[in-house]
Design a protein around this ligand. Structure first.
Ligand code: NAI
Length: 695
């Protein structure tokens, strides 16, 4: 069905006379009666267009011919239903030498420069995704016509880069320079309408009006938006200096220069050369070639592939069309909403009707944030059905239980629902710490039982741990994995060991922070130390975010199951705070106090730069990760790194905990842990699993 839809929509694209042209390499080219040449990019080897050396070389050949043939105009568009082009092929840079990268960049620039210099009018028609190098190709044309569904962006910053095929100087020359810079600095895509308002494209039309829009552009009736006064002012250095200062400030709020140099280099580049295309082009090539050699960029490219690998764990379809969620609390409500946003029909039950009402209200907010389009929001709300009586259980292909973390309660719930489940339906739990074997013990068919461990907040944390146990069937595990991927989350299969992977790794990090606090270290300093390393949030703030009650529960249960040497005891004052309902962010008071926007009130603190404190926080986390590998909780090192990045935000620019450990040196880490163990106790004792990593 999906394939058929694709084929149909490809038929619906206006390709002029090139519709029936024979492919020549990755293009289909034909000339119409008015001497307009249509060049349709339709890679023969890929489902989506990417721009790499072979495509650029072919393009160069065509341009050379067109320089002499002198058509009236050239139209460039994609023949793929998904969009114009998805950017450069990042595989082409993996393992390439500096000289090769520079040569490829210079060659690419020459091709686009020749395209830009053609004496005839060149028109890009853009539908769907138009990203990175795809957008740079479109920017080298004289005019851009966007179809209403187009989405344009420069995602290079996410890979620790900035545009490298002319995007920096062409985007700032063509569009409002501040808007173009913001686009490149954030990596966020924008819809067609917005792209027109900033001058990035010249027209937005429905697909059925593409031919007419092209005609208008050929005959010179499609003019470019004149630059605004503010835009022109950016041709002057003092104005750029002022704007650059603002950009640096905004960027620094989100990323540290020493961790993420690319956006800062982009700002420098524009401040220095903005308005001088040639100089900016030379600087862009130089700066891009430098960035691609940085550890940050290499690691972010690694993260890109880790994500692809995790997506690829999906085999076949889950066959889940209807999901029922039990428990409309913090997690159940969000899981239900997220699944509905992703197109699944969802019924949501709870013993408290008010909880369902609250969850639906929260869902509406989530839909607004992630779906934006009012029609899509309405459809998602239609798919999310309040179900206090649990009528959906009998129809659901998957039931996820997200009731409170009490084993007797969960057993009772399973006993009530199992007889109602449809033939072939799966039963899942969102438990964070209860052993799956114990939960499965009362079930008549434990083979269809699985852990689907989502993270809080569900819409931001991409990871889902797929938890197996002794009696699970391979088919249940396969379908659960596929389901996670189908709702755009990243699955990581784990065994039902204490804390699975992520909580096992995070708990020692948070527990050590409490020990430091107990020793009298300022909480702000502890958090700053972890943030300097690149964690998205320090361990104290994280503990507040998770909730002191939950953190205490997880830590206590892990300590019981892993032994007293594995984790420090929770300080007595923590238990007291939980009793007093000072639970963290959710109650407005925890280890920090919170303002009305839910932001912690932090005292000013200087950079910590304390290597020992950092090791005390990070090494126990790495040790837990290594014990999970050693004990077979999760064996694929790449999936481990991906899971920690997408489940905890572990410093992405470091490429993941295992990668970091290998970079720093396994021997050195083991030696350091032995030192810390002698000084602070057995919780720092290196796990035997490190031996395996040494090889
Ligand atoms: P919560 O307390 O916010 O929500 C639980 C909901 O279940 C409540 O609305 C309650 O009324 C409802 N409930 C209680 N008994 C029920 C029954 N018999 N039938 C139907 N509904 C019933 O709890 P939260 O935080 O959402 O946790 C749910 C599960 O998810 C727990 O197993 C927890 O360990 C796990 N989890 C929690 C995370 C978190 O950060 N809060 C993260 C990952 C997993």
């Amino acid at each position: 069905m999906g394939r058929m839809l694709n084929a149909l929509s490809e038929r619906a694209l206006e390709l002029g006379p090139a519709r029936d042209a024979e492919p020549s390499g990755h293009f289909r080219i034909s000339r119409d009666a008015n001497n307009v040449v249509w060049m349709v990019l339709d890679r023969t080897d890929k489902r989506v267009n990417t721009i790499d050396r072979p495509v650029l070389e072919e393009l160069a050949g065509h341009i050379e011919r067109l320089e002499t043939e002198k058509p009236a105009a050239i139209v460039i568009r994609s023949g793929k239903a998904a969009g114009f082009a998805a950017g450069a092929d990042i595989n082409q840079f993996v393992g390439a030498s500096t000289a090769e990268i520079k040569a490829a960049l210079e060659q690419g620039h020459q091709v686009l420069d020749r395209l830009a210099k053609l004496s005839c009018r060149t028109i890009a028609v853009i539908h769907g995704h138009c990203l990175g190098a795809g957008l740079e190709l479109a920017l080298a044309c004289d005019r851009r016509i966007a179809v209403t569904n187009a989405s344009l962006g420069f995602p290079e910053v996410m890979l620790g880069l900035h545009p490298g095929l002319g995007g920096t100087f062409r985007a700032t020359a063509v569009a409002d320079p501040i808007e173009a810079m913001t686009m490149m600095l954030t990596g966020r895509s924008m819809p067609a309408k917005r792209a027109k308002s900033i001058g990035l494209v010249d027209a937005v039309v429905e697909e059925r009006h593409v031919a007419a829009a092209v005609e208008a552009a050929v005959s010179g009736d499609l003019s470019r938006k004149p630059k605004s006064f503010g835009g022109k002012a950016m041709g002057f250095r003092p104005a750029r200096q002022f704007a650059a200062r603002q950009m640096r400030k905004k960027t620094a709020e989100k990323a540290r220069q020493e961790h993420y140099p690319a956006p800062f280099k982009l700002i420098d580049l524009w401040e220095e050369h903005g308005g001088d295309g040639k100089a900016m082009q030379r600087a862009e090539i130089r700066s891009f070639a430098e960035l691609i050699e940085t550890e940050t960029s290499k690691n972010l490219v690694r993260v890109f592939f880790l994500r692809e690998k995790m997506k690829g764990l999906k085999e076949g379809e889950s066959a889940v069309e209807h999901l029922h969620v039990i428990g409309a609390g913090a997690m159940g409500g969000d899981i239900a909403a997220w699944a509905a946003a992703q197109g699944i029909r969802v019924t949501l039950g709870d013993i408290q009707v008010e909880a369902i009402g609250k969850a639906v209200a929260k869902a509406a907010k989530m839909f607004k944030a992630v779906l934006k389009d009012p029609l899509k929001i309405r459809d998602a709300l239609d798919r999310l059905i309040p179900d206090p009586e649990g009528l959906g259980i009998a129809h659901a292909d998957l039931v996820i239980e997200a009731a409170p973390e009490k084993i007797e309660l969960k057993h009772k719930i399973y006993a009530g629902i199992e007889p109602k489940l449809k033939e072939g339906a799966l039963l899942a739990t969102n438990t964070s710490a209860l052993p799956l074997e114990d939960l499965a013990s009362g079930l008549s068919d434990p083979s269809r039982f699985v852990g689907l461990h989502f993270f809080n907040p569900v819409s931001r944390m991409q990871l889902v741990e797929i938890v197996r146990h002794g009696q699970i069937s391979p088919e249940t595990e396969r379908r659960a994995t596929a389901f996670a991927a189908e709702i755009s989350r990243l699955p990581a299969p784990v065994a039902s060991a204490p804390g699975f992977l992520v909580n096992r790794a995070l708990t020692p990090y948070m527990a050590e922070a409490l020990v430091l606090l107990d020793e009298g270290v300022e909480k702000e300093r502890i958090d700053a130390c972890a943030e300097e390393f690149g964690m998205p949030m320090g361990p104290i703030e994280l503990t507040d975010q998770v909730g002191l009650d939950i953190a205490l529960d997880v830590a206590t249960s892990l300590r019981e199951r892993l032994g007293e040497d594995a984790l420090p005891a929770a300080p007595a004052w923590l238990t007291k705070m939980v009793e007093e309902k000072r639970l963290g962010r959710k109650t407005g008071r925890g280890l920090y106090d919170y303002d009305d926007d839910g932001k912690p009130k932090k005292a000013e603190t200087s950079a910590s730069g304390d290597a020992e404190m950092l090791d005390r926080l990070i090494l126990p986390m790495l040790n837990a990760v290594v014990s999970c590998i050693g004990e077979g909780v999760i064996t694929d090192e790449e999936v481990v790194d991906g899971a920690m990045i997408f489940g905890t935000g572990f410093a992405p620019f470091r490429g993941g905990p295992v990668h970091y450990a290998r970079q720093r040196g396994v021997e050195a880490i083991v030696a350091r842990m032995e030192e810390l163990s002698a000084k602070y106790g057995p919780r720092f004792h290196p796990h035997p699993g490190w031996e395996k990593l040494k090889g």
